[in-house]
Design a protein around this ligand. Sequence first.
Ligand SMILES: O=C(O)CCC(=O)C(=O)O
Length: 269
Amino acid sequence: MTKLARQITRDEVAAYRHAGVVLLRGVLDLQAVNTLRRSIDQALLSMQDASPEQASSAGKSTAMFDIGLAARLREFRRFTLNGPGPEIAAALLGGDQINFFGDQIFVKEPGTRVRTAFHQDAGYFEIAGEQCCVLWIPVDPVTMENGSMMYWRGSHKSGAIYESQAGQSAPLPDIESKLDGYDIVHFDIEPGDLVVHHYRTVHGATGNASRYQVRRAASLRYCGDDVRFQTRPGMPGQHRRITTLKDGDPLSGTDFPVVWRRRFDQQAA
Ligand SMILES: O=C(O)CCC(=O)C(=O)O
């Protein structure tokens, strides 16, 4: 039985593959949104002793980022592994199997000037392959005022992995100061909507200039059949993984469990 409020359309699959980003309106029902919101709030409570990497203040208020919640919070884990995410990833990636890859939350309080610098997730993920997507799921209404994500359409296509740390391949162009020079898209979002991007799609986000509207979002990452474990020089260490995978291995184990398998009667898109 589907866990989605509606099915993903062929046009949405085509948009994801062509642009490397797609907005999926109204795919989550109220229960899913409320579950995720509760989980994010629970994560925030568990961050009361936030380290400097987890909380950063600019202006008067704070932005909080945390990683690896599924490994330590039961409801969050249930949502990421058994909720709507795996089915959405399967619809967009195709293939026979989906593995969970990781998660992060991004919370921007009203008034924070902390932006999310333009970057590519591929520079941080210890994998190689094409089939990796990131579900960005806000649980609050989002506009440019309170922290929209901005995506550089088509930037996944060349295969380039831009520098996230010194020592990695190509330097990322200065998009921020020349937004008009790039094919940038952003969306106004309501709870129930989500955006999916390819892990090589370059993206960044504004701060939260609103007076009252917090912006809480989860970022859930899933991989398909062609992805292999792959470390790269200069890659920042990921959170507390216990994996014993070696470069070139298919994803498996507690860190990267299988979360969806194609049934014999289901067709790939
Ligand atoms: O929510 C944000 O500000 C950043 C999210 C992000 O970079 C991601 O989900 O990959």
